[in-house]
Design a protein around this ligand. Structure first.
Ligand SMILES: NC(=O)c1ccc[n+]([C@@H]2O[C@H](COP(=O)([O-])OP(=O)(O)OC[C@H]3O[C@@H](n4cnc5c(N)ncnc54)[C@H](OP(=O)(O)O)[C@@H]3O)[C@@H](O)[C@H]2O)c1
Length: 284
C-alpha cells in the first residue's frame, strides 16, 4: 500500500517524500499545482491533483493508500476546511495519519491545529501528531525578503526564545512515524531543534554568515500585521494565525528543547548556524 502526502511541494512535505522514498515506500503526492509536483519529483512519485476544498479530488488521492501525511495549508485558517478530508480518511480505513501540528498545541486551543487534532482523535483514526517548533525555513522563506532587502528580521516575537527546527529534520522524523506505523499509533511528538535562540541571536548568526549587519527590528503585532497584509499583500487569514503564534511565542511556548528527534531518528537535529551556512544564498 502507498502513502499519500499532502502539501507535497511544501517545506515539510517534500522532505517527507524524499525520506519515505529512501525507506522504499511508494508515494502519492498531492497538491493543486501538478506542474510543480512533476518538476520536484519527476516519475519518483504518483502526482495527483488534490484540493482540501474540493471533495471530488479525495477518492483518487486515497486509492490504494493506507497512510497519510496531513498538513494544513497556511491560508486555510479554519479547522473546518480540513474536516471533509479527515472524514474521507476515516471512510478509507487509513492505518495512520501523521498530522503536522504545532508545538504547545495541547495547552492552546486557539490555533486551528487544536481542533484538527481533536477531530482526528474523535473519529478514531489512528494518529501520530507531529508538534514541531518554528521552522528555520520561516527565516529563509517568508522573512528572507526583509533580511535581503532591508537587513532586518521583521517578526513580532519580542525577546522570546525559539527552538527552531529544520523542515528537513521534521520530514525525516515524520517518515519514521509513517514507515513504522504500528509502533507509533496514537502518539504525539514534540520535535524541536537542538537549542533555543532569541531573534537577536538569529540576527547575530546571520550577520556573521552573510557578512552584513542584519538587525532584529522587533516590531509590535500591529505594525507586523499591517506590513504583511498591506505591503507584502500576504493572505489575511495566514497573517492572523501567525500573529496568534507569535503571541504564544512571547509567552514562552516556543522555547522548549526536546530529544524527540534523536529518539525517533538516532540523529542530531541541525543547528540554525548549520542551516544558515547551507542556505547562505537565500539571505543575501
Ligand atoms: N512555519 C512554521 O514555523 C510552522 C511551525 C509549526 C507548524 N507549522 C504548520 O505547518 C503547516 C505548513 O506546512 P509547510 O510549511 O510545509 O507548507 P507550505 O510550505 O506553506 O506549503 C503549503 C502546501 O499546501 C499546498 N496547498 C495549498 N493550497 C492547497 C489546497 N487548497 N489543497 C491542497 N493543498 C494545498 C501547496 O501545494 P499546491 O501549491 O500544489 O496546492 C503546498 O504544498 C501549517 O499548518 C503551519 O501552521 C508551521
Amino acid at each position: 500500500m502507498k502513502v499519500f502526502v499532502t502539501g507535497a511541494s511544501g517545506n515539510v512535505g517534500r522532505y517527507v517524500i524524499s525520506e519515505l522514498l529512501n525507506m522504499g515506500e511508494q508515494i502519492v503526492a498531492g497538491g493543486t499545482d501538478i506542474k510543480k509536483l512533476n518538476k520536484l519529483f519527476g516519475n519518483q512519485v504518483e502526482a495527483v491533483y488534490f484540493d482540501f476544498t474540493d471533495k471530488t479530488t479525495f477518492n483518487k488521492a486515497l486509492e490504494n493508500v493506507d497512510r497519510v501525511f496531513l498538513m494544513r495549508p497556511p491560508h486555510l485558517g479554519k479547522p473546518k476546511d480540513l474536516f471533509p478530508f479527515i472524514e474521507a480518511m476515516k471512510e478509507h480505513n487509513i492505518k495512520l495519519v501523521a498530522f503536522l501540528s504545532l508545538m504547545g498545541i495541547e495547552r492552546n486551543p486557539m490555533p486551528p491545529h487544536y481542533k484538527i487534532e481533536k477531530y482526528i482523535e474523535n473519529l478514531g483514526i489512528p494518529y501520530a501528531h507531529i508538534r514541531p517548533g518554528f521552522f528555520m525555513q520561516n527565516l529563509s522563506g517568508v522573512h528572507a525578503v526583509e533580511i535581503r532587502e532591508k537587513n532586518q528580521i521583521f517578526i513580532p516575537a519580542g525577546k522570546s526564545k525559539t527552538s527552531f527546527i529544520d523542515a528537513a529534520d521534521i520530514g525525516l522524523a515524520t517518515a519514521v512515524l509513517l514507515h513504522e506505523f504500528e509502533k507509533y499509533k496514537n502518539t504525539t511528538h514534540t520535535i524541536t531543534g537542538p537549542e533555543a535562540l532569541d531573534y537577536y541571536q538569529v540576527a547575530e548568526i546571520l550577520s556573521r554568515i552573510t557578512r552584513k549587519n542584519i538587525i532584529y527590528a522587533k516590531p509590535g503585532y500591529l505594525r507586523y500585521r499591517t506590513y504583511y497584509i498591506k505591503k507584502r499583500k500576504l493572505d489575511k487569514e495566514y497573517v492572523n494565525v501567525t500573529v496568534a503564534l507569535y503571541f504564544m511565542t512571547r509567552i514562552g511556548t516556543a522555547k522548549e528543547v526536546t530529544d524527540v528527534f534523536n529518539e525517533l531518528t538516532g540523529k542530531k537535529p541541525r543547528t540554525f548556524e548549520e542551516f544558515a551556512k547551507e542556505n547562505y544564498k537565500l539571505f543575501v
